[in-house]
Design a binder for this molecule. Sequence first.
Ligand SMILES: *[C@@H]1O[C@H](CO)[C@@H](O)[C@H](O)[C@H]1NC(C)=O
Length: 245
Amino acid sequence: MLFKLASTVFLAQFFALTSAQTISGPFDCLPAGNSYTLCQNLWGRTSGVGSQSSTLVGSSGDSVSWSTNWNWQNNQNSVKSYANIIADNAMGKQLSAVTSAPTSWSWSYETKSDPIRANVAYDLWLGASPVGAPASRNSSYEIMVWLSRQGGIQPIGGPTASGIQLAGNTWTLWSGPNSNWQVLSFVSDTGDIPNFNADFKEFFDYLVQNSGVSSQQYVQAIQAGTEPFTGSANLVTHSYSVALN
Ligand SMILES: *[C@@H]1O[C@H](CO)[C@@H](O)[C@H](O)[C@H]1NC(C)=O
């Protein structure tokens, strides 16, 4: 009885901080707890036909829960969107000054079509100046970490290294250019990673030691989300957090 009461109180507190809110406009954003922003970012929507909405489920302390519900057809090789959580404060630090960058991401597909073409991925933006919007003229590198790759989709460029051991997983690194920045994508060799815990400092150190990334580069933004190509899904993030120390 006492236990039940306690857990009810805990759940009530968890959801009391933010009641579920849904956004559906192409570039709608929503504050998500104290340190994140949830954005739809349907940047590639005109290459296909479909719709997407994203919901902030709740937040507690440094952790946020959200979902995105999408349905896209046509142009199976084109990304339609990148609904994501961006950290408001994990930015403006040089790689050489990063002591740790812990992250935790627990996610699952509540529903998904078969076939489906989509990833679940981080987007970490690096640049020569402390301030830089993602995918802007200030971007030097887009570091992606793919926790899921469904339907045979591919990162930009081609594979340049494989069997990379980082954060308790094995990765293939893809590399290629996009606009004015370089894309470096770590793709899981072992399929979906639905419960990811890592320190991004391990990835930064790898890139500085092996990929020619200068330790003078600044972390400009850290995002976590999904790039749908075609199909439909409801992707739920049960809990997510990241910090840059
Ligand atoms: C680019 O960097 C400059 C200098 O740090 C900053 O003032 C500007 O707001 C940045 N612009 C974008 C689009 O990130």
